[in-house]
Design a protein around this ligand. Structure first.
Ligand SMILES: CC(C)(COP(=O)(O)OP(=O)(O)OC[C@H]1O[C@@H](n2cnc3c(N)ncnc32)[C@H](O)[C@@H]1OP(=O)(O)O)[C@@H](O)C(=O)NCCC(=O)NCCS
Length: 154
């Protein structure tokens, strides 16, 4: 993974390009404002109308405390509120339970597996594809909302 500092720098320079993998938001711990991670989103398939999210709690001692789940929930809220998409997606190494459990906790469904799609830590890994539809998000997050606000055109 890139250093946290380089990710923070990339955040400052994050372009408007929807295909960019640059971080979009810095995560700060509410109790002391300490930066602990970054999240991003990007148009994952040029021919499709869907946005993928990614996330990292960069300080290992801050993992497993619920910050990642909270951040990705807010990020999904942001994307559904600001982008005209019906689906937010994410991918997770199948051997990274912290990542796919986070997604499942937030209601993302596993839609399939890309076999041997990611090379890291010296080997090829299978990658799970996850998705959360706008309808599922609305039911989970706003069960009382009947007709949602139209999102801004992306
Ligand atoms: C993946 C990551 C963002 C998860 O954030 P987090 O704040 O550590 O996770 P949370 O505390 O919100 O927990 C999310 C779920 O993962 C589980 N989990 C957390 N750490 C775990 C671990 N080391 N092993 C197995 N499960 C773990 C939690 O129990 C929870 O599942 P549950 O709801 O079934 O109890 C974080 O661990 C991280 O930054 N890892 C390195 C970078 C990375 O892998 N990014 C994902 C690629 S997009």
């Amino acid at each position: 993974m890139d250093s946290f500092e380089s990710l923070q720098n990339a955040l400052r320079d994050a372009p408007g390009d929807p295909l960019s993998l640059a971080p979009r938001f810095l995560l700060r711990r509410a109790s002391d404002d300490r930066p602990i991670g970054v999240v991003g989103y990007f148009n994952s398939y040029t021919a499709l109308d869907t946005v993928d999210v990614w996330y990292a709690i960069c300080l290992p001692e801050e993992r497993g405390k619920g910050y990642g789940s909270e951040a990705v929930q807010l990020l999904a809220d942001y994307v559904f509120s600001h982008r005209n998409v019906e689906r937010v997606g994410a991918t997770s190494d199948v051997e990274n339970p912290a990542s796919w459990k986070l997604l499942e906790r937030l209601g993302f469904r596993r839609e399939g597996t890309l076999r041997r799609a990611l090379f890291h830590h010296g080997g090829w890994h299978d990658v799970a594809i996850y998705g959360l539809t706008r309808e599922e998000w609305r039911t989970l997050r706003h069960p009382d909302r009947k007709s949602p606000r139209e999102p801004a055109k992306s």
